[in-house]
Design a binder for this molecule. Structure first.
Ligand code: GLA
Length: 331
């Protein structure tokens, strides 16, 4: 009797000890990070946030997914994260010039910050130092777009003099400028006439922003038989392609090549009839989401500061190979 009681007391004691140890452990491990994106409805960003969440589940930390479509929304997202006890966040900002406002708020709360896709700039327009960044290698990926367009023009036997180029631009965003400049460079190198390139400045980096920018270009330039279309991402190229359809151009007279390789492109490639959307340079949004989340987690838990700048590369995806490339990039 006596013995059993003693044993029970001991057993109970160790259960309590274990339980309290468990709580202490849980508190230490209870890391929460935010993942804020400028366009939460775009499939690139949906995938990026989902990939970060999955990595968090694997490694044992929480990811709070938030949208920040303008400065106000981003600042309230940061307040919200602070009230939830988050230790930092990964962000693709809606405007890269918001960098110092965002960093001030984060520093007030002692949060660590990593940018993904779009890098903060200083008031003089230079990339902001001291905030680790992971993004596409814009120039190289842009060049791949230009090469893909030039090759397809050749395959279709087009005379470059009869081709107009719709360049959908976003001058405020350095990665966008790098991408469209890279594409222009390769196109010119292939012998494309510079005078046949027309700019369509977009207000927002999405399909509707590109559609409104593209439409007037087609109506003003009606002397070209064929058109090529490029932009910072595939959503924007799709806006250009939709505008070309509305203008009455046939799919075989249009070559649009985008960047991203996300749901928007998969939907286009899955249509029964090909459209003017020829291809896209796919980059792994899965890798962008996982890598930045992991970097931030290690920074928080191991005090290991991430690499200052990580550049990612891309693979051309067309109707012919999109399923393979999708698989390869884990999309
Ligand atoms: C920018 C674009 C997105 C996507 C990312 C990838 O943020 O707006 O569509 O291309 O870059 O880095």
């Amino acid at each position: 009797m006596q013995l059993t009681a003693t044993f029970n007391r001991l057993a109970l004691g160790s259960v309590i000890m274990l339980a309290s140890l468990g709580t202490a452990q849980a508190q230490e491990d209870d890391v929460k990070i935010g993942f804020i994106v400028k366009k939460p409805e775009q499939s690139w960003f949906i995938n990026e946030q989902e990939a970060a969440t999955e990595l968090g589940e694997e490694m044992g930390f929480d990811v709070v997914r938030l949208g920040g479509e303008d400065g106000q929304e981003v600042l309230s997202a940061i307040d919200n994260l602070n009230s939830q006890g988050a230790d930092g966040f990964v962000i693709c900002p809606p405007d890269v010039r918001l960098g110092s406002a965002i960093m001030n708020r984060a520093e007030e709360y002692g949060m660590k910050v990593i940018t993904v896709d779009d890098q903060f700039v200083t008031s003089s327009g230079e990339p902001m130092e001291g905030v680790p960044h992971l993004g596409m290698s814009g120039t190289k990926i842009g060049q791949q777009v230009g090469d893909a367009i030039a090759e397809e023009m050749e395959a279709r036997g087009w005379d470059p003099e009869e081709v107009g180029a719709l360049r959908i631009t976003n001058e405020e965003l350095p990665t966008a400028v790098e991408r469209t400049d890279g594409a222009t460079e390769s196109l010119l190198a292939s012998g494309f006439p510079e005078d046949n390139i027309f700019d369509a400045p977009q207000k927002s980096t999405d399909t509707s922003g590109a559609f409104s920018a593209a439409s007037p270009v087609f109506s003003k330039q009606d002397d070209f038989e064929h058109w090529v279309i490029y932009a910072l991402n595939e959503e924007s190229v799709l806006g250009g392609v939709r505008a070309s359809e509305q203008y009455g151009l046939d799919a075989e007279d249009v070559i649009g090549v985008g960047i991203n390789g996300s749901g928007a492109a998969f939907a286009e490639f899955s249509r029964d009839n090909p459209t003017g959307f020829h291809g896209t340079v796919a980059v792994s949004s899965t890798m962008h989401g996982r890598q930045t989340a992991e970097d931030l987690y290690r920074w928080i838990t191991e005090d290991k500061e991430p690499q200052a700048n990580t550049e990612t590369s891309g693979t051309l995806m067309t109707r012919d190979n999109w399923e393979e490339v999708r698989e390869e990039l884990g999309l």
